[in-house]
Ligand binder design. Structure first.
Ligand code: SF4
Length: 234
């Protein structure tokens, strides 16, 4: 199956509908509730290697005391650790949060940059976080690939990549830009509810007819004729 094929439109449409029904990923929730790039950035940093429920509770506690970079500057690292515990790597994340206002002041006039490369200069911000902040907080096209996105694109048969970074590079090349801002939220939500990492709920999945994972793992299920991979033109 090709990324530019009509089937990606259909898969995307189904994931968008499911996204509205299912619980929204925590970073999107913070954006919807606050419209604040600072809070989206902080929540995204907290969310790494942490369940959404834990991130949401930690963000709620933190935002009661910290509403902007100035508050972050004035709070102690110790207090930060206590507020964000038990998110994954909370000690390291507290240190990064403490450093954040100084780096923002020094390089970006105290403002959250809206550019992936600039965001990666902030403490604790890698490409995944930077792309997510650009897409969710600034509504600018960015290709945020996490483990859900990487897994689902490969299961569907759109890509054959071994790492999230490879997936990001392939999607940058092939995924129509109109999908960039929202696809991460839709795929993450689908990955949390239906296309689970270990036991995907294929029997409930509305895009199972388009999914190479089923064609490869259940011999009785054949792909529809028009969905068989096309021979690439040389
Ligand atoms: S059919 Fe199964 S593997 Fe394929 S997208 Fe649906 S849940 Fe995931």
């Amino acid at each position: 199956m090709e990324i530019g094929s009509p089937q990606i439109e259909l898969v995307y449409k189904v994931f968008a509908q499911e996204f509205k029904i299912n619980r929204t990923p925590v970073v999107d929730l913070i954006e919807i509730q606050t419209k604040d790039p600072f809070k989206v950035l902080i929540t995204t940093i907290l969310s790494a290697r942490t369940k959404d429920e834990t991130t949401a509770a930690a963000a709620k506690r933190l935002f009661e005391s910290v509403k902007n970079p100035r508050d972050l500057k004035n709070i102690s690292e110790d207090k930060l650790q206590k507020l964000i515990f038990p998110v994954g790597f909370y000690r390291m994340k507290a240190r990064h949060l403490k450093e954040l206002p100084l780096v923002l002041e020094k390089h970006f006039g105290g403002k959250i940059p809206a550019d992936v490369d600039e965001l990666t200069k902030l403490p604790g911000v890698g490409r995944k976080t930077a792309n997510l902040v650009v897409a969710v907080a600034f509504k600018k096209p960015a290709v945020c690939v996490d483990i859900h996105v990487h897994r689902i694109f490969n299961r569907l048969g759109y890509l054959k990549t071994s790492t999230p970074f490879e997936t990001e590079m392939e999607l940058r090349r092939t995924l129509p830009v109109k999908f960039w801002i929202t696809f991460n939220s839709y795929f993450v939500s689908y990955g949390q509810h239906t296309c689970l990492p270990v036991k995907p709920k294929c029997s409930e999945c509305r895009v199972s007819g388009y999914c190479a994972f089923l064609w490869n793992n259940v011999p009785t299920v054949k792909p529809p004729k028009n969905l068989k991979p096309k021979r690439q033109k040389s």
